[in-house]
Design a protein around this ligand. Structure first.
Ligand SMILES: C[S@@+](CC[C@H](N)C(=O)[O-])C[C@H]1O[C@@H](n2cnc3c(N)ncnc32)[C@H](O)[C@@H]1O
Length: 298
């Protein structure tokens, strides 16, 4: 088993947390463990790292890949769980976190080794599932089946900013009995959306379905609120987002906390990957890092 995911904005995000060797840190989005291992390496035996992921496959991979590090450190806890439940997930830990990291969205492992979940529009034969958290009940195909045409069009518009949302929804409902796999959906989108760039015309539809299946934007809103609540004063939350819907939520939350005097943003604007990072890891291209410091009130 090899690592697949290249961590994005690794140095910038770890620096942004200003890691104190004895502190307690939470990596909310373990993935392939790229950010977690970097945090762990900066901690003393008195420090503590909790790494979360709601995808059991991510947790299983890291537990196997980093088994030596896990055996050598009794200060690395790895748990399956949704970061929106961060308060419950840290209930038994008798310390407040000094830093919390969220690296949102999908990992390259989920795209390339999806366990038949159909996250990538390139995996034609996979079923249209898209659940990162397999305890969730509704798959992408369920949504296509149960949502009326108008609601489906709204979903593609709101969560994918897809200009052809109405025609795609109409075509889907007309052919719903023939849609089962990723390829069934992408072929249909090809018929409706003019191809005028080298980007796959299904990408917005896939983004929208994934966001809704996994309730990603609500998780983020609730996760930010709860993270801020449990954070130590002087502690930091750093978030790496990958599209404007996520970044808008992060920016609004951080600005509100700054406005109320409870927080202060570390950077005036967001931090983006360097040209070199984008060249070596094209998946980093749209990434944005923002950091909020919880203010120590007198
Ligand atoms: C971009 S990857 C993280 C990659 C990781 N930082 C690394 O360098 O290997 C995002 C991960 O977060 C997980 N994830 C997304 N939303 C989550 C949530 N609400 N709670 C827990 N995990 C989540 C996904 O399952 C995925 O494994």
């Amino acid at each position: 088993m090899d690592k697949i995911h290249t961590p994005v904005l690794l140095k910038e995000s770890i620096d942004s947390l200003n890691i104190q060797p004895d502190g307690f840190y939470i990596d909310c989005t373990l993935g392939d463990g790229g950010h977690s291992i970097e945090i762990l390496n900066k901690l003393s035996p008195e420090g503590l790292l909790l790494s979360l992921d709601y995808d059991q496959h991510a947790v299983d991979f890291v537990k196997e890949y980093y088994k030596d590090e896990i055996n050598n450190h009794d200060n690395w806890i790895i748990k399956r769980g949704n970061f929106k439940d961060i308060k419950e997930l840290t209930k038994e830990i008798d310390r407040k976190p000094l830093g919390i990291l969220m690296d949102l969205g999908l990992s390259s492992r989920q795209l390339e080794e999806s366990h038949q979940r159909g996250f990538s529009y390139n995996e034609e034969d996979e079923p249209l599932d898209m659940r990162m958290d397999l305890t969730l009940g509704v798959s992408a195909l369920d949504l296509l089946k149960v949502l009326p045409e108008k609601e489906l069009a709204t979903l593609f518009w709101r969560y994918g900013e897809e200009r052809y949302s109405k025609s795609i929804a109409r075509e889907i409902k007309k052919n719903i009995s023939d849609i089962k796999t990723v390829g069934d959906l992408t072929r249909l989108v090809y018929k409706v959306v003019p191809v005028n760039s080298n980007k796959n015309p299904s990408r917005r539809v896939f983004q929208a379905l994934r966001i809704v299946v996994n309730d990603e934007l609500n998780n983020l809103k609730i996760g930010l609120d709860n993270s801020f609540e449990i954070l130590q004063k002087g502690g930091r939350i750093s978030v790496i987002s990958f599209h404007s819907l996520e970044d808008r939520i992060v920016k609004k939350f951080f600005l509100e906390k700054q406005g109320s005097g409870e927080g202060e943003m570390l950077f005036k604007s967001q931090i983006a990957p360097t040209d070199d990072e984008k060249k070596h890891n094209p998946r980093s291209a749209s990434a944005k890092l923002r950091t909020l410091i919880k203010i120590k009130k007198p």
